[in-house]
Design a protein around this ligand. Structure first.
Ligand SMILES: [Zn+2]
Length: 332
C-alpha cells in the first residue's frame, strides 16, 4: 500500500504503445521469493564469481592445452574504464584504468591475435582460420571514461576494439537515464567519465570500429515490431550521420534472450537493416560458424587477474553459460 492507502501499482519497466503486438511476453517475469532486484543481482554475481573461480580453476588445471583453442574466439565484454567505481552495480560495469592497463599487458603476453571487426566476421564466416584462437575486445554503451583511459592505450598498443553506442544520448551532458542511479565510491557529484560519448569522440578515433547498441537502450524483444525496427534504424542512421562507415555490428541492450532482450524476430530486423553480427550477454566463447546474431561474450571484471583472464580465454568459464541459463529460467 502506498501512503495514500491505494494499492501499489506495478512499476512499468518499458513503454508499450497501446494495441501493438509485442515480440516477447513478459508474463513470466516474477519476483523470486520477493527479494529485492538489487539483492538478487548481488547474490547472482557473488555466485558467478565464487563458483566460477573454483570450478574454472579446476578445469583450467585439467586441460591439456590451457590456451585458446583453434577456431575459438573469446569476445571480451567491457563497459567503462574509470577511476569512479559504481558501488551498486555488478563488477563488470567498470574496470579501473590501472587494472585495464595490466589486463591489456596480460592479453598481449598470451601472444594471441587481437581481431579487428572485419577479422571477426571473416573468422565467423569461415574465411579466416585461427590456429591458436583469438581475442576480440568490445565495450558496451559508450561511456566517456573510455576516451581518457582506454582509447589512448588501445591505440598505443595497436589493439583493435569495437565500441557499441546507445545513440540517442550521444553528446548529452546528462547521465544515461538507465544508469543515472549509480552510486560512486569517490565522490557525490556525477563523474563526467560516466557521461555518454560525443559525436566528436567518435570522429576523432578512427582506429575504433563503432557498432550499434540501440537508440534508447530499450530491450528490443519487448517492443512492438514497428518500434523495434525504428530503434535499430535510428541507431544505424545516427552513427552513419556522424560520418563513419555504416556499422555492421550490434550489441543487444541487456542481451539476455530469456529476459526478452532479443528474439529470432529482432535478429531478422537487424539483418534487414544492414547489420551482419549481433552480440549477446550470454557467457562463453564463439566457435567458427556460430549463429551470427546470437554471439556469446565473456564479461571482464576490474579485479580479473592475468590468471583469470587466461582461464576465461581458454574456455574454463564456458560452463557458466548453463548456470546463467538456469538462473534466467528461474526468473533471476
Ligand atoms: Zn548496455
Amino acid at each position: 500500500m502506498n501512503p495514500n492507502g491505494a494499492q501499489a501499482q506495478p512499476v512499468a519497466t518499458f513503454s508499450q504503445p497501446a494495441g501493438e503486438k509485442i515480440l516477447f511476453s513478459t508474463d513470466k517475469e516474477k519476483s523470486f521469493f520477493n527479494l529485492s532486484p538489487q539483492l538478487i543481482t548481488f547474490l547472482k554475481y557473488d555466485l558467478y564469481l565464487r563458483a566460477g573461480n573454483i570450478i574454472s580453476s579446476l578445469l583450467y588445471q585439467l586441460r591439456k592445452s590451457p590456451r585458446c583453442q583453434k577456431n575459438h574466439v573469446t569476445v571480451l565484454l567491457y563497459h567503462n574504464v574509470s577511476f569512479d567505481v559504481p558501488l551498486n552495480y555488478p563488477p563488470y560495469m567498470n574496470v579501473t584504468p590501472d587494472n585495464f592497463a595490466r589486463q591489456l599487458d596480460a592479453l598481449i603476453s598470451l601472444n594471441l591475435p587481437f581481431l579487428t571487426a572485419q577479422n571477426f566476421l571473416d573468422f565467423l564466416q569461415g574465411r579466416l582460420t585461427l590456429t591458436n584462437g583469438g581475442v576480440f575486445l568490445t565495450f558496451d554503451d559508450g561511456f566517456r571514461g573510455l576516451v581518457a583511459h582506454a582509447l589512448p592505450l588501445l591505440k598505443e598498443k595497436q589493439i583493435p576494439a569495437t565500441i557499441f553506442v546507445t545513440t540517442r544520448f550521444l553528446n548529452s551532458e546528462e547521465p544515461f537515464p538507465f544508469f543515472k542511479n549509480l552510486v560512486f565510491s569517490r565522490r557525490v557529484d556525477y563523474p563526467s567519465s560516466w557521461l555518454p560519448l560525443t559525436t566528436d569522440h567518435i570522429k576523432s578515433h578512427p582506429h575504433i570500429v563503432w557498432g550499434g547498441h540501440g537508440a534508447s537502450h530499450d530491450r528490443l524483444g519487448r517492443l512492438s515490431l514497428a518500434t523495434a525496427r525504428q530503434e535499430i534504424r535510428e541507431c544505424r542512421e545516427m552513427l552513419t550521420r556522424v560520418g563513419i562507415k555504416p556499422p555492421f555490428l550490434f550489441s543487444y541492450p541487456q542481451g539476455i534472450a530469456e529476459h526478452g532482450d532479443w528474439t529470432p524476430t529482432t535478429n531478422q530486423l537487424l539483418a534487414a537493416e544492414g547489420f551482419a553480427l549481433a552480440f549477446t550477454s550470454h557467457l562463453g566463447r564463439v566457435k567458427a560458424g556460430a549463429s551470427p546474431f546470437a554471439l556469446r561474450r565473456m564479461p571482464i571484471n576490474s579485479h580479473d587477474t592475468p590468471e583469470i583472464l587466461r582461464r576465461k580465454i581458454s574456455g574454463a568459464y564456458d560452463w557458466l553459460y548453463w548456470l546463467q541459463k538456469f538462473l534466467h529460467r528461474l526468473g533471476l
